[in-house]
Design a protein around this ligand. Structure first.
Ligand code: ARG
Length: 561
């Protein structure tokens, strides 16, 4: 924000030789109490430099600072507080939003650089879990944020499409499966086969051997095994695509684990050439004692490669193919050790870019405080969850606004948006409680609340027949809090992106919606008179930023609800 820069520049002139502008900018805060001004500088660090009391320094700085561009400058305890010039700031901020429209807050920080984002990555023949939903929506928002800052985002769906479980699945299908049943409801049927396999193999251990043989055939390229595997993969992907379509998420690559089958030998060769492999109970491992981690398994005793080996191959492949500046993996907390090992092994292999690999971890989804589990058939099918949410949204529309045009598409935007927003509004590392009712509330900190506020703003603009004329705006006392939040959007985007934290954007749009609704409650926006243009301009600016904020979360904003 320009004002913050100006404040920092003025302070720098006062503290010449002790602090540079960057340091000062880092320290400037927004006071918690509104009557303490718009920006505050704490003098504790300067007090250490000068060996004087912070209070004294605050008073002296407030005295000698250039005050021209501010409404008021004062010392309060150890702080220098400034009050911005409301009229000037409102015209600057809203003017910038008028100019840039949806590009407000965009930057070129990442121009020419690529960020790869490993996201979603569900497992073939298994239900798409709420954990995969988290990965999908967090990853998508990080991609949108990266693009907003000028990076090229590469969305990668690292499908779990290889492993011994496919041998078991083929064995189960050969024994009990039917083509018709699988085609009718692929994920449900394949899961049932898998569960049955586990169940029956307790009584008939020979099944395990059968599963192993089928996997061996699959690895050796047996045509029947391969055909079944391909079919399971395709059917599953089609099911997943329904979810991606609802969420409005697409991928640049769906190269899953199987894609790396022929790319692992090279990794094993490098590891062995660098003397990094050792034997442990017949398996080949990389020891990570010095990094304080258990060994990373590279090859099992029967020669089969593992999840970690595939990820090593995938990491190298991504570096060579995309030349990423950063490579993110949006995967649950429970895989932290795996990703720490991945980085540690890449480092040992001598890849300087091991530092650019980042595990974006997240917490679990709970229902009534308990973990949702896919085992024992107790599955929550995401598609059903989204459908239920859309149905509830649709009922709300029927009750409140039955004449709305395009009801179905609004119900989709609201129903899906509610689930996505709920996922993103808390810091990703927190566990989240899953309750559709809470997500869909129109009051409180929900997606529909923000969407509703956006629709309200659109309706005001339509009724007021708002047209941009560019005349000078008057900033009323009640408009000021809205202007201040609007001014913080670019900064919030940068912070959200730098910390890989979409919740900063979710909290921001809630804040903006709340401030705008207070303004709406206090002022008759459509009243004819000298304030009408300024009030509608503020409404317009808020609508642009609400819409763009929701977009960065992957949430739609229907203009009518
Ligand atoms: N398929 C895995 C799972 O569902 C997640 C894969 C994450 N990505 C990766 N490159 N390891 O647990």
């Amino acid at each position: 924000m320009k004002n913050k820069n100006m404040f920092a520049a003025n302070l720098q002139a006062v503290f010449e030789g002790y602090m540079d502008k960057e340091e000062i900018l880092q320290l400037i805060e927004v006071p918690k109490q509104r009557d303490h001004g718009d920006l505050a500088f704490p003098c504790f660090t300067m007090a250490q430099h000068l060996r004087k009391s912070p209070g004294l320094i605050a008073r002296q700085a407030a005295e000698s600072m250039n005050k021209e561009s501010f409404e008021k400058v004062e010392a309060v305890g150890p702080y220098v507080n400034v009050f911005l010039n409301k009229q000037q700031t409102a015209n600057e901020v809203i003017g910038e939003i008028f100019d840039k429209q949806q590009d407000y807050g965009a930057s070129v920080a990442g121009q020419g650089e690529v960020i790869t984002i490993d996201m979603s990555s569900p497992n073939i023949a298994k239900p798409f879990s709420l954990g995969h939903l988290r990965s999908t929506v967090i990853g998508n928002s990080l991609a949108l944020l990266a693009e907003k800052r000028g990076y090229t985002a590469v969305r990668i769906n690292h499908l779990g499409d290889w492993g011994t479980q496919f041998g078991k699945l083929i064995a189960a299908y050969k024994r009990w499966g039917s083509k018709e049943q699988v085609s009718r409801d692929p994920i449900k049927e394949l899961l049932a086969l898998y569960v049955r396999f586990h169940h029956e193999s307790e009584a008939f251990p020979e099944l395990i051997e059968e599963g192993r043989e089928w996997f061996k055939k699959l690895e050796d390229g047996d045509s029947e095994a391969l055909q079944l595997w391909k079919w399971f993969r395709e059917e599953s992907l089609q099911e997943f695509n329904k979810i991606y379509e609802l969420l409005g998420v697409y991928f640049d690559s769906t190269e899953g684990e199987a894609f790396f089958n022929d790319k692992m030998e090279r990794i094993v060769d490098v590891l062995s050439a660098k003397n990094l492999l050792s034997k442990s109970a017949g398996a080949q491992v990389v020891q990570l004692i010095e990094a304080g981690m258990p060994p990373c398994l590279i090859k099992k005793s029967d020669g089969a490669t593992l999840y970690a080996t595939r990820d090593l191959a995938a990491a190298v492949y991504r570096k060579e193919r995309y030349h990423f500046a950063k490579s993110l993996y949006v995967v649950g907390n429970e895989q932290s050790l795996h990703f720490n090992q991945l980085s540690a092994v890449l480092k040992k292999m001598g890849y300087s870019w091991w530092k650019d690999i980042r595990h974006i971890s997240f917490g679990m989804v709970l229902k009534d405080g308990k973990k949702l589990s896919t085992r024992k058939g107790k599955v929550v099918l995401l598609e059903e969850v989204l459908k239920e949410s859309m149905e509830l949204a649709s009922k709300n529309i029927e009750a409140k606004n039955p004449d709305l045009a395009d009801k179905q598409s609004v119900a989709k935007s609201v129903g899906v948006g509610a689930v996505v927003f709920h996922d993103l509004k808390n810091h990703r590392n927190n566990d989240i409680e899953f309750s559709l009712k809470d997500m869909l509330r129109v009051e409180g900190e929900t997606g529909p609340y923000v969407q509703y506020t956006y629709a309200r703003a659109c309706s005001l603009l339509r009724k007021g027949n708002f047209q941009l004329t560019g005349e000078t705006l008057v900033c009323e006392e009640e408009a000021w809090p809205v202007v201040k939040v609007l001014a913080e959007f670019p900064n919030t985007i940068n912070k959200a992106a730098e910390n890989d934290d979409p919740s900063k954007i979710a909290k921001y749009v809630i804040d903006l919606a709340q401030e705008f609704n207070k303004f709406y409650a206090n002022k008759r926006i459509l009243e004819e008179g000298k304030h009408k243009y300024s009030r509608l301009s503020l409404t317009y600016a808020a609508s642009v930023v609400l819409k763009e904020g929701l977009r960065l979360l992957g949430v739609d904003s229907p203009p009518e609800m």
